[in-house]
Design a protein around this ligand. Sequence first.
Ligand SMILES: Nc1ncnc2c1ncn2[C@@H]1O[C@H](COP(=O)(O)OP(=O)(O)OP(=O)(O)O)[C@@H](O)[C@H]1O
Length: 298
Amino acid sequence: METILNIKNITKKYGSLTAVKNLSFTIEKGHVYGILGPNGSGKSTTLGIVLNVVNKTEGEFSWFNGSVSTHEALKKVGAIIERPNFYPYMTAVQNLKLVCKIKGVSFNKIDEKLEIVGLLDRKDSKFSAFSLGMKQRLAIASALLNDPEILILDEPTNGLDPKGIHQIREIIKQIAVNGTTILLASHLLDEVEKVCSHVVVLRKGVKLYAGRVDAITSSHGFFEVQSNDDTEMIKLLENNPSFGDIKVQNNLVTAFLKEPMKSEDFNKLMFENNIILTHLVQRKESLEEQFLQLTDHQ
Ligand SMILES: Nc1ncnc2c1ncn2[C@@H]1O[C@H](COP(=O)(O)OP(=O)(O)OP(=O)(O)O)[C@@H](O)[C@H]1O
């Protein structure tokens, strides 16, 4: 597996505020990564640090296994971390020609990239005539001009209408299918679930989870139970390797599963141990519930 970016124990302090705390994660080639967290959780700061526009306070990061300097590495990175900003009185193609000159890229890349973002037929329209979604798509075309190894996007669908959001997400997925690694920051769980294969969940600058998105969605769920002898039941559950956390709230016991189990097998297990259930509900948490639990209760 080829490593694109390695972040190790990064901390960023703004005065007394710690925006990012001891953050580590690795980005491997070919995946779509989401940094997910509520507003102010340190997503933009993290992106700013690896793009050399924000100075880290502590820690290390290296691009492409440290084989090149950060300055050289960033030539292989396409990034949109601000609202798209082009010359309003110039057309899409004129704006991209300017970017080509700055990046030292041939003009013949322009049509190819406009095609990817669905703006080829609008290449001669002025930027000022574009909707916000089209402006964002032009920004993506611009970031792709130098065929980057990785595309970095900060809240790529912010402020867009549902159609615009859908278009951007489809474009991101298509870019990923064609082999470009993606790192995007989002406060929208739904966005990360739809677009990303991997996620780093942040809260107040602290990493709560890093891993595959489907590893969270494939959680085995939990049982909500009551019985004629809850004390004995809890003891039994705590000593059974199929269960993780056991929580008791309002006389309701919640037993989280570490592996799949059917409710009838659960019932049988209890009965064989002389526990009679008075209430049994099996539930599977949605990713949203798990995300809220992660971000609210830690
Ligand atoms: N230049 C700055 N000076 C002081 N504090 C800052 C600065 N930039 C960010 N912060 C603070 O650092 C914390 C993390 O901000 P950051 O913008 O990285 O979060 P975020 O997850 O990207 O949120 P948002 O989506 O709202 O931008 C916040 O508390 C923010 O107020």
